[in-house]
Design a protein around this ligand. Structure first.
Ligand SMILES: [Ca+2]
Ligand SMILES: [Ca+2]
Length: 73
């Protein structure tokens, strides 16, 4: 389970590690933070929560979290 969690986080990390040097440079991290902020600004955290809760069980699973983080902005 922990390995799966790390694997998912690594996928997320790799998404933003655009030059694949296994580090997030300041520029890469800025892209990441802008994307997160853009998602949150899109309608407030309440709306984002409902949008992210794909199966509507009033909680965000890690899969749903990963889906949220992979949304195109
Ligand atoms: Ca990098
Ligand atoms: Ca859910």
């Amino acid at each position: 389970m922990e390995d799966e969690f790390k694997r998912q986080l690594k996928l997320l990390f790799d998404t933003y590690d655009t030059n694949h040097d296994d580090f997030l440079s300041k520029g890469e991290f800025v892209d990441f933070s802008h994307e997160v902020l853009a998602i949150l600004k899109r309608g407030g955290s309440n709306a984002v929560f409902h949008e992210s809760d794909l199966n509507h069980d009033d909680r965000i699973s890690f899969d749903e979290f990963i889906s949220l983080m992979s949304l195109p902005v």
